[in-house]
Write a protein that binds this ligand. Structure first.
Ligand code: ATP
Ligand code: MG
Length: 451
C-alpha cells in the first residue's frame, strides 16, 4: 500500500515547475451564482468536496457563466484520481485513452470530471509524450491545480470555481481578460499552437461565439499558423468542425476562419468557389439561417451545412463532367463521388452524413421533375424538407431556380385538388424524351443538371 502511495505521488503527481500565487476572487467579487449552475454539477462538486477532495468547475462553464451565458456543459477538475471518482459515483464510467476521465451520468446530462493533469514538459517520459513537431501526443499525468492550469489553452478557459468557498481561483489573469473581453493564449502562443494546432480552431470558435477580441501576441502568431492544421488527424478536425457548427455564431466564425486562412484546411474545394458571388451568398444565407435556428432553440443538421458548403464545388464538377458529354444525372453522381472523396481526405465525415449530403444533392436534380406521380414521391422523401431548404437557398443566392423553388413551395402547401391543378398548369416544362437510344448519341448539349 505504501509502495502504491509513493508511486502515486512520485510518478503521477510530479513536482510542479511553476510556483505562482493565484488571485482568489471571493464570492462577493464575481458574478457566478449557484442558481445558474446545473444541479447535477453541484451534486458532483459537493460529493467530491464532502469526501475530502478539491472540487472545482473549470473551463468553458466558468467562462460562460462569467460572460452571463448559459454553459452548454460542465467540466469539473479535482485532485481525486479517476478510480476514486468512479468509487464515489455509482452512475459514473471511466472513458478515454488520450485523457482518462470520469463521466457522471444523470439521464441526458453528463458531468465530466477530470483529475488535475500536469503540462507535458514537467511530466515523466513514460506518461507525457510529444511528437517531433512539438505536438502533444499523450498528456495523462496527474498533478495539482497549479500544474493543471498551465496546460489549458486560453486565460479565460483557466479559471477555477471552488465549491469549498465559492471563490474563483485565477492563476493567469483570466478574470481581467473576461472583463476586457480578450482571448489570450497562456504562455508562448507560437509554442502552444504548435503543441496542439486545434487551438487555432478553438480560438476562432471562442472569438466568433463570444464576440471578443484576440490579444495582439496571440493574433500575431495565429495569423501564421494555419499550415499546422494539416498535422491534425481528420477525425479530430471533423469533431472540431462539428463544434463550430453548433455554437450559434457560425457566420461570424466562418468569416474568422476565412480571415485566418483556416477554411482552406477544412474545406479547400469550397474556398476555390468563394470567388463566385452566388457561392458566397448561398453559404452566408445557410450560416445565418443556422444561427437563427440555434437562437430559436431548434436543432441543427450538420449534414445540411456540409451540403451547403459543398454544393458549389459539386455543381462546378457536375458542369465539368457534363462538358465531357456525360448525361446530367451521371455527371451529378460522378461529381458527388469526386467532391466527397476529396473532402473526406480533409475531414473524417462519417458515411451516414455523406449519404445525407448525396441525398440532398440528388434531390436537387429530381426537383426538376414536376410531372406525373414523381412530385408526390419526392414529397414523401425523408430528406425532402432539408433538400427544399437548400433549393430555396440556391434561389436566394441567385441560381436560376426561383421558379422551381416557388413551384415546390406552392405544391407542398396545396391540397390534393390544387396539387393536380399545379401539375397540369404551372409545372416547369417536362424534359423531352430521348428520341434515340443513348448508345447512338455521340454529342450532347452540356446543360446543368439543376437549371
Ligand atoms: P465549450 O465546451 O463551450 O466548447 P470549452 O472551453 O469548455 O468550450 P472543452 O473542449 O469542453 O471546451 O474543454 C474544457 C477545457 O479544457 C477548456 O476550457 C480548456 O481549459 C481545456 N482544453 C480543451 N481543449 C484544450 C486544448 N486543445 N488545449 C488546451 N486546453 C484545452
Ligand atoms: Mg466545455
Amino acid at each position: 500500500m505504501l509502495k502504491g502511495f509513493l508511486k502515486r505521488f512520485s510518478e503521477e503527481r510530479p513536482v510542479t515547475h511553476k510556483k505562482i500565487k493565484p488571485t482568489i476572487i471571493p464570492r462577493s467579487e464575481h458574478s457566478i451564482s449557484r442558481n445558474d449552475i446545473s444541479r447535477n454539477a453541484l451534486k458532483v462538486l459537493y460529493r467530491l468536496d464532502g469526501a475530502g477532495f478539491g472540487a472545482y468547475l473549470v473551463g468553458g462553464c466558468v467562462r460562460d457563466l462569467l460572460f452571463g451565458r448559459r454553459p452548454k456543459d460542465y467540466d469539473i477538475a479535482t485532485n481525486a484520481l479517476p478510480e476514486e471518482v468512479r468509487k464515489l459515483f455509482k452512475n459514473s464510467r471511466l472513458i478515454g485513452k488520450r485523457f482518462r476521465l470520469a463521466h457522471i451520468v444523470f439521464g441526458k446530462e453528463i458531468i465530466e470530471v477530470a483529475t488535475f493533469r500536469t503540462h507535458h514538459e514537467s511530466a515523466s517520459e513514460a506518461h507525457g509524450k510529444s511528437s517531433h513537431q512539438g505536438m502533444i501526443m499523450r498528456d495523462n499525468v496527474y498533478g495539482d491545480i497549479e500544474d493543471d492550469v498551465w496546460r489549458r489553452d486560453f486565460t479565460i478557459n483557466a479559471l477555477y470555481y471552488n465549491i469549498a468557498d465559492f471563490s474563483v481561483v485565477d492563476y493567469t489573469g483570466g478574470m481581467a481578460d473576461i472583463k476586457s473581453k480578450t482571448l489570450r493564449m497562456i504562455g508562448n502562443p507560437e509554442q502552444r499552437f504548435h503543441e496542439d494546432p486545434v487551438r487555432l480552431l478553438r480560438a476562432a470558435r471562442f472569438v466568433g461565439k463570444l464576440q471578443i477580441q484576440i490579444s495582439p501576441e496571440t493574433e500575431q502568431s495565429l495569423m501564421q499558423m494555419s499550415h499546422l492544421l494539416q498535422h491534425v488527424s481528420h477525425a479530430r478536425l471533423f469533431q472540431e468542425t462539428l463544434k463550430l457548427f453548433q455554437e450559434g455564431a457560425l457566420l461570424a466564425t466562418f468569416k474568422l476562419l476565412e480571415k485566418y486562412n483556416f477554411l482552406s484546411a477544412l474545406f479547400p474545394q469550397t474556398v476555390d468557389c468563394l470567388t463566385q458571388p452566388e457561392a458566397r451568398k448561398l453559404l452566408e444565407e445557410a450560416l445565418s439561417a443556422t444561427d437563427q435556428r440555434i437562437l430559436d432553440g431548434k436543432s441543427v443538421s450538420p449534414a445540411f451545412l456540409l451540403a451547403a458548403l459543398l454544393w458549389f464545388p459539386i455543381l462546378k464538377q457536375t458542369q465539368r463532367f457534363q462538358a465531357e458529354n456525360l448525361p446530367p444525372y451521371v455527371a451529378l453522381e460522378r461529381a458527388l463521388q469526386h467532391v466527397i472523396k476529396l473532402q473526406t481526405q480533409q475531414l473524417a465525415i462519417p458515411r451516414i452524413m455523406t449519404t445525407t449530403i448525396r441525398e440532398l444533392c440528388v434531390l436537387q436534380y429530381h426537383f426538376n421533375h414536376c410531372y406525373g406521380s414523381k412530385p408526390y414521391r419526392i414529397l414523401e422523401h425523408p430528406r425532402f424538407r432539408a433538400a427544399y431548404d437548400l433549393l430555396v437557398l440556391r434561389s436566394i443566392a441567385g441560381e436560376p431556380v426561383s421558379e422551381l423553388a416557388k413551384w415546390w413551395t406552392d405544391f407542398q402547401e396545396a391540397d390534393h385538388v390544387q396539387r393536380e391543378k399545379l401539375l397540369k398548369t404551372t409545372a416547369p416544362a417536362r424534359p423531352k424524351k430521348r428520341s434515340r437510344p443513348r448508345r447512338f448519341i455521340k454529342k450532347r448539349n452540356p446543360a446543368t443538371p439543376t437549371a
